[in-house]
Unconditional design. Structure first.
Length: 171
């Protein structure tokens, strides 16, 4: 069965179709949760919560072809709420504590964390989830040109942040 057909059935209340949808997108949702929360336990907990929230609200989806984007948005919102609740160490403090040598990955995370939450979401959707500009625009309810300019600004900010650290080759 085609994804859009499964989505239509799930939106109409078919529990089996909803389960198929969640099975279809579980890897994407898990990767999204893990990218934000950085550990397996929290990512699995996020999967459970998002499945519950999606099940309650699946009937509100207007366009079946955007179910995947809708689910990822629920996951991102949940993860951001969880991150706000946490008291987190900065990456530099973690580096000092563990004496980490290869800091490239952590510096990139720190650079992304320096962006606004809107910019982080755009970067994540575009470069980690490979979401099309058009889909991001519809999801965020903003023009495509605005998405492009915000992405450009976010990439410029990342490059500036990393160049200050001497790591601009990674952007």
């Amino acid at each position: 069965m085609v994804e859009s057909e499964i989505a239509k059935k799930a939106i109409k209340g078919d529990d089996q179709a909803f389960l198929k949808l969640m099975q279809l997108y579980k890897d994407t949702l898990y990767r999204t949760a893990f990218a934000f929360l950085k550990n397996e336990h929290d990512a699995l907990e996020a999967m459970q919560e998002v499945t519950f929230r999606a099940y309650q609200k699946i009937h509100t989806v207007k366009e079946p072809s955007y179910v995947k984007t809708w689910l990822v948005r629920i996951m991102m919102n949940y993860c951001q709420d969880q991150l706000k609740k946490r008291k987190r160490y900065s990456s530099s403090e973690v580096l000092q504590k563990i004496g980490f040598e290869d800091t490239t990955h952590l510096e990139m995370n720190e650079a992304i964390e320096s962006l606004s939450s809107v910019e982080q979401q755009l970067i994540f959707l575009k470069y980690f989830q490979n979401t099309k500009i058009k889909e991001i625009a519809e999801l965020e309810k903003i023009p495509e040109g605005t998405v492009k300019s915000r992405l450009h600004k976010a990439l410029k900010s990342l490059k500036c942040f990393l160049s200050e650290k001497g790591d601009a080759d990674h952007v």
